[in-house]
Design a protein around this ligand. Structure first.
Ligand code: AGP
Length: 607
């Protein structure tokens, strides 16, 4: 949830730490700080607020040759200067940054208080600094190893000791930690963004690993000090892709990248000659794929909504029972694992704690679990039995957009693959392949309505409540539209199946609460039109996203946004575009921090 970064080398550390934090800011942005090793000891600068606020109190002249930094998403203790990281021990010789939650910190704190330790903050993290102090006897790596054997919970930590200049010690359990290998310099961070402009050579740490870093080397070991040799991986994302380019916000850039990201997600995966899909990373034989009797998609947030769309498609097209589950609920529900069931865990970041722990629980129960991830080398991608990278490119804005359509692309290709093994004919398969190949240009057409959508967003941005309504395969798209508006405009919005509102939510309808209907020209069009009329009958304002030329819908609705016609199952790719833009322009109109909305973070690495 937080972003941590560390550097040791010969370049001025303060600059590298601040640039690293700027790139990690989407992981948490309520307070930040750095600790830099200097001849005269540690220089700790921290405060509540954004990285630009921290920068304003850091001397312009870069300094130090090693240090650690942190950008926070508060879990324990309010958003204050004192609770900002780094935290130190009583002597001030030990400094630490932490991403995660220490569940038994109160027990440890009471024991240390009884020993006379004095605490300066309300955080769980500071307890680790004092615990290391309590265990330290000259070997900082040993003290960190002993300390993590005492703590319960999740952590990615990086520690400095003033008597060990130029050395950093890191440890992980549950939260991501990546080493960046440079020329006579080393980097360590929560994700590759923080170091990609300096090195693309990275080593992914696993749970239970401890690393000791100096400018010219590193040693990785387990909790029993057994040395571990690990592969150095090459990151294949470009530095530029982490920049906004000519866009005002990462969210707008990522919405407009969907033509390319969907096309990239199909590359080499659609085979017109055999009218089927190809996903090399599944690690399953055709016989194993044919023996699948149920598909369950497990995820959180936007990824869960993509899972709901895919479950609908798998049942309709591949005729296999399918469903989507909230990871946080499935984990504690003691689920029944069927022998021939296949589980997909879907996660853009590949680090979401709810999804990660649900995956581990399913694997403990013997389930076959595949991953659908965007971030290469992420924990979920590394721990699943196989899976698909969606190749969306870096997604920086907290509100997920292009990852949604890229997740759909992967799941649609999977559906085509297993459907062609069952009931789907060559002709139907060819048609499905052609429909998918047409999507990038159709998405481009839908993006052309941006200005029109901006006007509508400006008009309706005064609303306090909003309903999003869809049916069938577009019901989850309505849920996603509501989530987008909620998370960046802070307007209360709910998604419903359009038919469901007459069982209660229609009581919310009044002239101040607009209803946005998804009205594709499919089998349910007439039904949705009746639902629109039910809302109009109660003087509710109706916006309809419909197909060009649908005059009947245009007559009923107060406002319409048109999208290109596509075949029934392809509408989620098209209907979502106006919903993403509507949320973006509404948040813009309300002056919200679009890329870093309040109370949120891009990768939710705590439960
Ligand atoms: C979506 O806009 C949110 N950022 C959030 O709901 C997100 O989808 C959820 O936290 C899951 O993230 P993941 O795909 O990285 O696992």
């Amino acid at each position: 949830m937080c972003g941590i970064v560390g550097y040791c080398g010969s370049k001025p550390a303060s600059d590298i730490l601040l640039e690293g934090l700027r790139r990690l800011e989407y992981r948490g942005y309520d307070s930040a700080g750095i600790c830099v090793g200097t001849e005269s000891g540690f220089r700790i600068i921290k405060r509540k607020g954004k990285i630009k606020d921290l920068k304003s109190i850091v001397p312009d002249k870069p300094f130090g040759v090693n240090g650690i930094g942190h950008t926070r998403w508060a879990t324990h203790g309010g958003v204050t200067d004192e609770n900002a990281h780094p935290h130190t021990d009583c002597s001030g010789k030990i400094s630490i940054v932490h991403n995660g939650i220490i569940e038994n910190y109160m027990q440890i704190k009471e024991r240390l208080l009884a020993k006379g330790h004095i605490f300066k903050s309300e955080t769980d993290t500071e307890v680790i600094a004092h615990l290391i102090e309590d265990l330290y006897a000259g070997d900082i790596t040993l003290a960190v190893r002993e300390a993590v054997n005492h703590i319960k919970g999740t952590y990615g930590i990086v520690v400095m000791h003033n008597d060990h200049k130029g050395t950093l010690v890191g440890a992980r359990n549950g939260s991501p930690l990546i080493l960046g290998v440079g020329e006579n310099e080393m980097f360590i961070a929560s994700d590759v963004n923080a170091m990609i402009s300096y090195t693309k050579q990275v080593v992914y740490l696993e749970d239970g690993e401890i690393i000791t870093i100096t400018p010219d080397g590193y040693r990785i070991s387990d909790l029993y000090d057994k040395k571990i040799n690990k592969a150095v991986n090459e990151v294949d994302w470009e530095f530029e892709s982490f920049e906004k380019g000519n866009f005002d916000h990462f969210m707008l850039k990522e919405i407009f990248e969907q033509k390319e990201s969907v096309a990239r997600g199909m590359l080499g995966r659609l085979n017109l000659d055999h009218a089927t899909g190809h996903l090399g990373g599944l690690n399953m034989t055709s016989r194993e794929l044919l023996s699948i009797e149920r598909v369950i998609i497990v995820a959180a947030g936007t990824s869960y909504h993509a899972g709901l769309v895919a479950a609908y498609l798998i049942e309709s097209v591949a005729r296999i029972p399918a469903g989507a589950e909230l990871a946080s609920e499935l984990r504690y529900r003691n689920p029944i694992i069927e022998k021939n069931a296949l589980y997909f865990v879907v996660s853009q970041s590949g680090e979401t704690a709810d999804t990660l722990y649900a995956m581990r629980e399913l694997k403990r129960k013997g389930a076959k679990v595949l991953g659908i991830c965007n971030v290469v080398g992420s924990t979920i991608a590394r721990e699943t039995d196989g899976g698909v990278y969606i190749h969306s490119g870096p997604e920086i804005a907290v509100a997920s957009t292009k990852a949604f359509t890229s997740q759909l692309t992967a799941l649609y290709i999977f559906t085509l693959l297993i459907a062609r093994m069952r009931n789907m004919s060559f002709e139907a398969g060819s048609d499905f392949v052609r429909q998918m190949q047409a999507l990038p240009s159709i998405i481009d057409k839908a993006l052309l309505k941006a200005d029109e959508i901006k006007k509508l967003a400006d008009k309706y941005s005064v609303a306090k409540d909003f309903l999003f309504l869809g049916r069938g395969i577009n019901y989850p798209v309505a849920l996603e539209g509501a989530l987008k508006l909620k998370e960046i405009s802070y307007i209360h919005a709910e998604g419903f199946s359009a038919a469901e509102i007459k069982h209660g939510p229609i009581a919310l309808i009044n002239e101040e609460t607009p209803s946005l209907f998804l009205v594709p020209d499919d089998r349910l069009r007439e039904k949705i039109i009746s639902n629109m009329k039910e809302v109009k009958a109660r003087r509710g304002k109706v916006i309809a996203i419909t197909v060009e030329g649908d005059s009947e819908v245009a007559q009923i609705a107060d406002d319409i946004i048109t999208v290109p016609h596509v075949e029934e199952y392809m509408y989620p790719f098209v209907m979502i575009i106006p919903l993403q833009l509507f949320a973006y322009y509404t948040a813009l109109k309300l002056g919200r921090d679009v890329d870093q909305p309040r109370n949120l973070a891009k990768s939710v690495t705590v439960e």
